[in-house]
Design a protein around this ligand. Structure first.
Ligand SMILES: O=C1O[C@H](COP(=O)(O)O)[C@@H](O)[C@H](O)[C@H]1O
Length: 237
């Protein structure tokens, strides 16, 4: 059984973006106060742009915050499919332009080599991360844990001590991917799933009712979560 997360439902994407930005900013500020620095790991895709715009205007000590990605496509930073590009354009702006950024992509010969490089950089960050904001696809993938990835079972059963960044190859994902490990995601002090639209709400409700595992990577992450997880939902714009 997947532990039931706390749902935060909003009438619009704008209201959701305001509330989520406020809550994330508060948690990052608390992290800076307690540890002198804070880490925020965010998703890519279409959903988070509006939330990023709001969060970038939050008045916190961004120079003590490092932003990273929960996952990335193995594409250069100027590709329209790059999650780093989305974060650079929408989050690392305004007040948040002072934040540090560690991406997962590097121009290596393959995703495995890029994952090894990113693993070094991610390993230098304080652990656990302060905030992880996940998205979710219609196939119940989250970060780049895709149900049809060859070694999805192994990736979702790996616990503490393994690499923090993994290379992923899945037919449904298109290009190769890089993802933070289950351990990195599930140990976050604040774990949020940000989804919009009725379809995704139904998909997540189904995932919460089915066994966590390769067919339901979002369920696996929520089951492994070390702190109560939060779902932020609004209808599609
Ligand atoms: O491939 C990805 O998709 C998911 C969901 O994206 P969305 O466009 O449906 O919001 C996202 O969470 C993930 O970071 C991204 O790489």
């Amino acid at each position: 059984m997947v532990p039931t997360p706390t749902w935060h439902r909003f009438a619009s994407s704008e209201e959701l973006a305001d509330a989520l930005a406020q809550s994330v900013a508060k948690t990052l500020a608390k992290g800076v106060e307690e540890r002198g620095q804070a880490v925020l790991a965010v998703s890519g895709g279409r959903t988070p742009a509006h939330f990023f715009d709001r969060l970038s205007r939050s008045d916190i000590a961004w120079n003590k915050v490092t932003v990273t990605l929960v996952d990335e496509r193995f594409v250069p930073g100027d590709s329209p499919r790059s999650n780093a590009r989305l974060v650079t354009r929408h989050l690392l702006q305004n007040k948040a332009a002072r934040a540090g950024f560690i991406g997962l992509y590097s121009p290596c010969h393959n995703a495995e080599a890029a994952a090894a490089e990113a693993n070094e950089a991610i390993g230098s960050l304080p652990s656990p991360f302060d905030v992880v904001v996940l998205g979710m696809g219609a196939d119940r993938h989250t970060a780049s844990f895709f149900p049809d990835a060859a070694d999805i079972g192994d990736m979702l059963s790996a616990r503490e001590g393994g690499p923090s960044v993994l290379a992923v190859s899945a037919r449904s994902a298109g290009e190769p991917r890089l993802t933070l490990s289950l351990d990195k995601l599930s140990t976050a002090r604040m774990l949020v799933v940000h989804i919009e639209g009725d379809d995704k709400k139904e998909t997540l409700e189904e995932a919460l009712a089915m066994p966590a595992g390769p067919a339901s990577p979002i369920g696996a992450v929520l089951t492994a979560a070390q702190n109560p997880a939060h779902v932020y939902w609004a209808p599609l714009r």
